[in-house]
Design a protein. Sequence first.
Length: 203
Amino acid sequence: ALPPSATETATFGMGCFWGPDARFGAMPGVVRTRVGYAGGTEPDPSYYSLGDHTEVVQIEYDPDAVSYADLLAVFWANHNPMSAPRKRQYRGVVLVHDDQQREVAERTRADLESRTGQSVETAIEALDRFYLAEDYHQKYELRSTPVVADELEDSYGDAFVDSTVAARLNGFVAGHGDRDQLEALFARLDLPPAALSEVRRRL
Ligand code: MHO
């Protein structure tokens, strides 16, 4: 498949960023994922000096293949929008990139409230700055998968974070995606048999 000509970006806070990195990474139409810190004011946050920021996943996607509303459906279904966690680090938040995103986010939040009759705690705010998290948090599930991680670090090096293949594999090893998707990807890759069977075993 050709890479999309124009991608769009979505940014969500929905608890520890390792989980959503994998979940969105397996979604068709998602081109890459990154985890980082956003939604606060502290300059140059890091994992151990987060200030008022929140852990977020940033998703670059092909709008011809997946819509912002599709991503939001996954977002709403995979955190608890009805309760605000004690730590701001883990709050639910949609960090919108433009007015169009804000409109869809607000509409889907209103739908959820009318459907459940409960008030949603998840915030919708404009994204200011996104700070990329440390390497060891990127594609965390994949990094902690024996055999596969070593193989990829060798072949991708610095391109690991931005790789679509790494995003998909990160999803598959966490149990997201389906078998056909996995086999289609494997047909294009040159991974050693031990790595292939380790990924297959987890999906
Ligand atoms: N409970 C998880 C949170 C990590 S996430 C990057 C842990 O510390 O293992 O906040």
